[in-house]
Design a protein around this ligand. Structure first.
Ligand code: GDG
Length: 471
């Protein structure tokens, strides 16, 4: 079978046994081990002087090829166009979009430069799978360098409605660049519809739906390609094992001791404005306001590790959250009870999984999210005999699959407070039924299924393209 080449903005840090992080990294690494191949991307280093050099590390059948970025490229490509323009736009926050045409030039320049670094490492029948919004022009750049291989793209974040995408000045260039791939993968049907709508209404192209599970055929900008939804999953049994192991560890035992018999509501998110943390804190406050019986009986733990901390919008959300948690705790705390434990730090995966298992409610309410793996990890970590309840935003991609969750609109503070109350009081039989429904879905669509479906369609899409050319 042909080699697989994974291209992503960051390459997951690798230890001897494989990637340290879970989910996507593990799923992708498994595929690389099966077929052999390479993972290529930014090393995470930002160089203040000198030229970046590629580092190549071999681990059995897998090669890791990483390269640093010079400061200007980091500022324009990563902080600038990727994270100050595309991230807010794709998460429906036009109010936060910052646009500078030099950043867009830098974004295209870095994509072209990365593509040039990859070209000498490619073999003729390699299959190339590019990940996420940092690398939208990557296939166009490879094609310009004469690469004929099959190239697929998976977007981990939402694809916005056409009206929202129009607020990104080079929207047409971006969608045209996407059409240089052979296969486009989105998290949900909603994202696929938004993309199709842009193709038809703004690009004058056409989209012919595929007979499920076949992808749709897209014709636009003089190209024909395929597009479909491939909801990313987790390995639920592995998360459950981690949760059981973590429960015996010291951090979780200590935490449990400080809870006494109070019920626990758990949230874990990178500290990002797309995750809806302020609204979530206010809904918990509303619950305490309306239900005196919950006071001193329920604790809410929010773990929010730092991310993109050198950007204004992220410093802002941090300040707002610190103010909100301080205000709410000041209002309701007692000598022996702090309602919100807000922790701006990272924890080990096994600690998180164990905390999920100990908690009565998983509170996952992003304002927008491509999928949200935390929701899937929360369900996976539960004890089947005594599972907790997932309260989930209708704007997380995961809501398309997890019908056993209590689905909320994160703008509706009262609605979220109602759902928290309902989750805390839910009878065991109903909790079990909802859990069974969700865990079956997670097992059926685990991360291997996501990857295999994408790879199957990418190999087929490339075949069609080659056959069409030789006719
Ligand atoms: C993007 C899309 C899409 C979090 N805190 C810690 C920690 N985590 C882990 C979680 C989970 C992952 O990070 C976060 O994944 P999410 O899916 O929730 O969100 P994003 O980071 O925004 O990811 C998203 C995803 O890509 C995959 O396609 O679902 O929509 O935005 O696995 O558990 N892990 C550790 N310590 C922490 O403190 N070890």
């Amino acid at each position: 079978m042909s080699r697989l080449i994974i291209v992503s903005n960051r390459v997951a840090p690798i230890s001897e046994g494989g990637p340290a992080a879970g989910g996507l990294a593990v799923g992708v690494y498994d595929a690389l081990k099966e077929t052999g191949g390479m993972w290529f991307g930014w090393s995470g280093d930002v160089l203040s002087s000198g030229q970046p050099h590629m580092q190549v590390v071999e681990r059995g059948p897998v090669t890791f090829a990483t390269i640093g970025l010079v400061r200007r490229d980091y500022d324009q490509y990563y902080r600038g166009f990727s994270n100050a323009t595309l991230w807010p736009a794709f998460h429906y926050r036009p109010d936060l979009i910052q646009y500078d045409r030099h950043d867009f030039e830098g974004y295209c320049r870095v994509n072209a430069w990365l593509a040039q670094q990859l070209v000498p490492l490619l073999q003729a029948d390699d299959v190339i799978w590019v990940h996420d919004y940092h690398l939208i022009p990557f296939a166009e750049a490879l094609r310009a360098a004469g690469v004929k291989n099959r190239i697929g793209f998976f977007l981990h974040i939402p694809f916005p409605a056409a009206q929202v995408l129009l607020s990104v000045p080079p929207h047409r260039e971006l969608v045209k660049a996407l059409c240089s791939f052979d296969l486009l993968g989105f998290q949900t049907q909603r994202d696929l519809r938004a993309f199709s709508d842009y193709i038809v209404s703004e690009a004058g192209g056409e989209v012919e739906p595929g007979l499920a599970p076949a992808p749709a055929t897209v014709r636009a900008f003089g190209r024909t390609l395929r597009a479909a939804a491939y909801p990313i999953g987790v390995y639920p049994d592995e998360v459950a094992q981690l949760a059981k192991a973590g429960t015996r560890g010291k951090p979780v035992r200590t935490m449990k001791a400080t809870l006494h018999d109070r019920k626990l509501i758990m949230s874990v998110d990178r500290l990002d404005y797309s995750k809806g943390l302020v609204e979530r804190f206010r809904a918990f406050e509303r619950l305490l306001d309306r239900s005196p019986a919950c006071r001193n009986q329920v604790s809410f733990v929010q773990i929010a590790p730092p991310t993109r901390a050198d950007m204004h919008a992220y410093q802002d959300i941090r300040l707002r959250l610190e103010a909100e948690s301080g205000r709410i705790n000041g209002r309701f705390a007692e000598l022996d009870w702090t309602p919100i434990r807000y922790i701006h730090r990272q924890y080990e995966r096994s600690v998180l999984a164990a905390l999920f298992r100990q908690s009565h409610v998983g509170y996952v309410t992003p304002l927008r999210d491509g999928m949200n793996l935390v929701a899937k990890e929360y369900v996976s970590a539960q004890d089947p005999d005594d599972p907790g309840v997932l309260v989930l935003s209708c704007f997380a991609g995961a809501a398309e699959e997890l019908s056993g969750a209590l689905i909320v609109n994160p703008i509706d503070i009262d609605g979220m407070a109602d759902a928290l109350g309902e989750a805390l009081a839910m009878p065991l039989a109903e909790r079990r039924a909802r859990y069974r429904d969700m865990i079956a879905q997670l097992r059926e669509n685990n991360v291997s299924v996501w990857r295999d479906n994408f790879m199957r369609d990418l190999r087929a899409a490339g075949e069609k393209r080659r056959t069409a050319k030789t006719r």
